[in-house]
Structures are given as C-alpha cells and as structure tokens.
Design a protein. Structure first.
Length: 242
C-alpha cells in the first residue's frame, strides 16, 4: 500500500475533544476492555495524546504514557517515542494499551512485537483499530493510516505474536449505517471531483444526540456480548506465563 500522504501531527481529538465519536469511543472501550485492566503496578498507554478515550485507565499504580508527538502530553509525565521502538525494557508493564495506533505503523508486525516485548508474562494487551479495508477513504490517508482491519486479521496478528485472545469484538455497530453512508458519500465526491471536507465530518446538534444515544445503547450490549460488525475492532489478549 502506498505510504500515507503528509498529515497534521497528532490526533484530531486534540483539536476537537468533544466530537461525538471520541466521547462514544471512551464509553465503548471501557465497556469492552475495562474488565481486563485489573490493578496493574505499571501500565503503558501508547498513543496517549488521544486523551479523551483513556481516562478510564487511571489506577493506583504507575501509568506511563507515550506518543509520537508532544501535543496532548502532560509536561514532565509523558514520553515521546514510537510504537515500533519502545524505549522500555522487556516485560516492564502488566498492561499495555494501544488504541487506534497499529494502523498508523507501516510495519504492523514490528509494532505488535514491541507491544508484546514490553508486556510482562501474564500481562494483558488492549487494542483497538479501524475496521474494513473496503471503507478506506481520503480520511484514512489524511489520518496517516496504512490499513484497516477485520476481527479475523487483528486476531491473527496478535496470536502470531504469541498472545492468547481473551476477547475480540466489533464496535460502533449501532451507528454503522451512518458510517457506511458517509464513506459512500466521500467516494461520490471524489468521483465528481469535489474536494473532501477537511478534518472530522461535521454533525448537527440533533445528529450528535442521535449518534451518542445509539452508542450508549450499544455500550450496554457490549458489556454482555460481542457484536458481528462495526467500524472498529476491540481486542484484549494475555501474554502466557506468570
């Protein structure tokens, strides 16, 4: 796949932290992955400049944050670094999280291997990635993505790195018709030679309430069961050993 075009550094959440999708992702990540967080002595949050989605990871132990860009990091606390060359010793963390990070790494195998390397035996890896290569659009290019995933592909990558899957599911299922329609509209604009909108897709206050309400309903479902489709894939896995 062709390398992504130049894009604005840092997550869009730094510029629009109240956008409905970031608020919804916070709730969906927590519903699926918080049960696997436990009470780690040390945890690592890779890509943590995307702050609105990871507040639920706070715990009594030491939480280390890392991002490629300094924007969004707390001065004196965050570490600037790459997911493909983590500046930590082997087995340093009981929990390693990387939410919407791996798709930004050209070498996904190296990125996942690094996440696993710094994870202690018996520790858990928490991941999220965007779903479905058919949904690839100019948004992915501007965001710096290299690929999108299916649940099967993400599971295979993580299992190939030696981890055991504890849970994997799609998310953003309730709003999926809106997601699909938005991607179709982007393709039509491109075919007609019309410029794509910069940044996140604008939504009206009424649409914001609708999308947020649907996501809250989905959160209740995800606490009990996996979903068969959606625009994101969420996964929890454990590193064998103790």
């Amino acid at each position: 796949m062709t390398a992504p075009a130049a894009h604005q550094p840092g997550s869009s959440s730094l510029r629009q932290p109240d956008y409905w999708w970031y608020r919804a992702r916070t709730e969906l990540l927590e519903a699926v992955l918080e049960p696997y967080l436990g009470r780690p002595v040390r945890s690592l949050d890779v890509g943590s400049a995307d702050g609105p989605s990871v507040g639920w990871m706070a715990h009594d132990g030491r939480r280390v944050t890392l991002d490629l860009f300094p924007e969004g990091q707390t001065p004196g606390e965050g570490v600037c670094g790459s997911a493909t060359a983590l500046p930590f010793r082997d087995g340093s963390f009981e929990v390693v999280a990387a939410f919407d990070v791996v798709e930004h790494c050209e070498d996904e195998g190296r990125a996942v291997a690094e996440l696993v390397r710094v994870l202690a035996p018996g520790g858990r890896l928490l991941l999220s990635v965007p779903a479905y290569q058919w949904a690839w659009s100019d948004h992915d290019v501007r965001a710096g993505h290299f690929r999108r995933y299916t649940r099967r592909r993400l599971t295979a990558v993580v299992e190939g790195a030696g981890l055991e899957i504890e849970r994997s599911t799609y998310a953003f299922s309730a709003v999926f018709p809106f997601f699909a329609a938005e991607r179709i509209a982007r393709r039509l604009r491109r075919r007609l030679g019309r410029p794509a909108p910069e940044g996140l897709t604008p939504v009206s206050p009424r649409m914001d309430r609708l999308l947020s309400g649907l996501s809250r309903a989905e959160r209740r479902v995800l606490r009990r069961r996996d979903l068969p489709f959606g625009s994101s894939v969420l996964l929890a896995a454990v590193k064998p050993g103790s």
